[in-house]
Design a protein around this ligand. Sequence first.
Ligand SMILES: [Zn+2]
Length: 86
Amino acid sequence: MKEGSGRTAIRGKCPHCGTVALIRKMEKVDSAGLGYTGVMECQDIDCGFRAFFDLSIICTLTESKMPNKKVNLPLSPRKKCEEESK
Ligand SMILES: [Zn+2]
């Protein structure tokens, strides 16, 4: 990430009110770093929704030039990969 601020650039939307929800906490759930869980928080104080989320890396679109041996992901054509993620 090229944000430079040190804060995560990942954002979601609150499923209740549609306001931007910020990621407050994110932890790896496997040693290869393919899965994460975390806490998201709606930025509308009148809504106040907070939730756990989980995030998984499911397939490769472009291979890394610095591959990690722990990472064993299927390499899929873009279309196929997007269909599988639905
Ligand atoms: Zn909300």
